[in-house]
Design a protein around this ligand. Sequence first.
Ligand code: ADP
Ligand code: MG
Length: 329
Amino acid sequence: LTMASVRVAVRVRPLNKRGKTFSFDFSYDSTDRGSPIFASQERIFHDLGSDVLKAAFDGFNACMFAYGQTGSGKSYTMMGDTVSKALSDFSALSKSDAVSFRTEVSYLEIYNERVQDLLNKRTTATDGGCLRVREHPRDGPYVENLSKHLIYNHRDMEDLIILGNANRTTASTGMNDLSSRSHAILTISFTQVKCSAKNLNWSKYSFKVKIHLVDLAGSERADATRTTGTRLKEGANINKSLVTLGSVISALADLGVGGQSTNKKKQIFIPYRDSVLTWLLKDSLGGNSMTTMIATVSPADVNYGETLSTLRYASRAKNIVNSPTVNED
Ligand code: ADP
Ligand code: MG
């Protein structure tokens, strides 16, 4: 009998008897059409998107995030046809013919803390595609030279999403699914314009509001044993943005209703500038805005660990309360 000098064993313990329970405002299933919690894209829009649109109409900026591991349905939920297209239908809410809205769309990607325009290949190709983030003292953070596209209907919106998604995919070929490691932000902005009967010029009215649809990078941990060099840096940056987003959201949750701390003396620092993602979304997170997070999870038990971490992350966000204060331009 010869004995190996080194032996390695792995032992997996049984599942805990005690299951984990979370509670959320909404929960949806995608498998059983007969189930009361079955959700089509239309239902997701109806339950979550339509309130975002109404809030925007009332002057609140809004952010909708999809958070979850790669393959769990973030892009399907955020950048799929139904929700994003339906959100562009702003003028339908307007009851008056004298008031109309100019609707503009921009679509960008944040990869390694760098911003690329998904709707302008020229800036995507030159300069390594890197655009600068700046902050205007009154209007807040913005991306310099980011293209904005005027849209008139659902078809225009659809075309832009297809173009942006294609650019996102192109950039990722040869880079092992970069799209799972970048954040994409589709921004729809509405500016109220009024048509004067005497003068056919459209004059700018006082109202401007934004809706951001955010398709976050995959939440799975970068595999520490396989990440080196570029990958390691990416992993750190992805984590940085997601961790910062979590911190920003939980800091906002601590502030409570109307962005007022329950403890008036307590000054809470919101670390918006710790990542490009949160910096860009600064004026659309918390305070005068409506935040919706859709956590997407896989039904497969092999993904149990990731699913649990997604649910934990999402439950931190649950405490955000939005204040109904009208956005001032
Ligand atoms: P992620 O962006 O999180 O990596 P995707 O949105 O690309 O994941 O989804 C992975 C695959 O699963 C895609 O083929 C997508 O069409 C499909 N899928 C995701 N969510 C759903 C859903 N709720 N119903 C039907 N198909 C879905
Ligand atoms: Mg995706």
